[in-house]
Design a protein around this ligand. Structure first.
Ligand SMILES: C[S@@+](CC[C@H](N)C(=O)[O-])C[C@H]1O[C@@H](n2cnc3c(N)ncnc32)[C@H](O)[C@@H]1O
Length: 335
């Protein structure tokens, strides 16, 4: 029987060259169960009929000029690629076709992408608390367009796999990767449910801004634990409310205009959930109110944003009357 060769199985046919190297990056046996499924998962995600705009975004990616960067800085608040400033206007026109840009900022060949979120502020709140990423294999669940994944590579991670089912975010990642070049970072258009259970493969798993979107938050914590190797670190960032153990908000309908918010626990409740799911060494490292400095409309995200989602007469409440967004970061260890 022919030997299974993962390098042959990630289809370049989808016209997404950024996945070259992915099979090599996931070469160890521990990833095999996933690698076997990935070709069909990627193929299904990139099928033109799954998202009507994908052919248009793919065409934008195809038209991005090929430029060898003179400098790449992934440790800047706005990850920076330099060298193609003469083509700035063309690049800007093309990147604007990928509106709305939610996570960033980025500085690509003189184009400053001022995104809805200052994702650098979230990174600053946690970077000095987490285990140093140098040499680690990282999974970023719900990574958006991969902003934090680039920062993780900048912090020395040996490889970062981001997953996010939103195809526009993946297209934005592919645009950034096109300019930044050949780093061991991949954003795959898949959801956490498509990662085979109990892979136990990653040294650090991030889940930021995802838990409240899950209808079954304890299952999410268990799924994340299954992705971690023994002794690996979970970095969990999510919306929280004030109060003691047992308190949890389940918004009747929308929360800050979002339809898909299910559970917003208090910090003691979330710590108890983590404990119940078998995590050890659970630590709360940060609580921060989301401010209009961190989340607002910009020229690159022209829809409504946080200031429109807060009650006009009381910024402590959302327009629906719920407590305004506060977010916590927990660290925990997989047994
Ligand atoms: C609020 S954003 C957070 C982005 C980024 N992690 C951050 O903290 O800035 C939540 C992301 O989770 C993604 N998401 C939703 N359901 C998901 C799932 N089942 N698996 C993985 N990601 C998911 C969304 O597409 C979205 O990009």
């Amino acid at each position: 029987m022919e030997e299974y060769d993962p390098a042959m199985s990630i289809p370049a046919a989808m016209g997404v060259p950024a996945y070259e190297g992915l099979a090599e990056a996931l070469r160890e046996p521990v990833f095999r169960r996933w690698l076997e499924k990935l070709p069909s998962q990627l193929e299904a995600a990139f099928r033109a009929d799954r998202h009507g705009d994908w052919p248009r975004w793919r065409e934008v990616l195809r038209r991005l000029p090929a430029i060898t960067p003179t400098r790449v800085d992934l440790n800047a608040d706005a990850p920076r690629v330099e060298g193609g400033e003469l083509e700035r206007a063309t690049i800007e026109t093309l990147l604007r076709e990928l509106h709305p840009w939610r996570k960033g900022p980025y500085a690509l060949h003189g184009v400053h992408i001022e995104t809805e979120w200052r994702s650098d502020l979230k990174w600053r709140r946690l970077e000095s608390h987490i285990r140093p990423l140098a040499g680690r294999t990282v999974l970023d669940v719900g990574c958006g367009n991969g902003y934090h994944a680039w920062r993780m590579i900048g912090a020395g991670a040996s490889r970062v796999i981001g997953i996010d089912p939103t195809l526009l975010s993946v297209a934005q990642f592919l645009a950034v990767k096109h300019f930044a070049g050949d780093f061991p970072v991949y954003v795959l258009p898949v959801g956490i449910d498509e990662v085979p259970p109990n892979l136990r493969a990653f040294d650090t798993v991030f889940s930021m801004g995802v838990l409240y979107h899950r209808r079954s938050p304890l299952d999410h914590l268990l799924e994340l634990k299954g992705c971690l190797c023994s002794g690996g670190e979970l970095v969990l960032e999510t919306l929280i409310i004030a109060g003691g153990e047992g308190r949890v908000l389940v918004p009747e309908d929308r929360y800050a205009q979002m339809r898909n918010v299910w559970f917003i626990p208090s910090c003691p409740t979330l710590a108890a959930w983590l404990k119940r799911c078998g995590y050890r060494n659970i630590r709360l490292i940060d609580v921060a109110k989301t401010t209009p400095e961190e989340q607002r409309s910009t020229d690159w995200m022209r829809f409504q944003s946080l200031p429109d989602f807060l009650a006009p007469d009381n910024p402590e409440l959302t327009v629906e009357g719920w407590p305004a967004p506060r977010r916590a970061v927990f660290l925990a260890e997989s047994p």
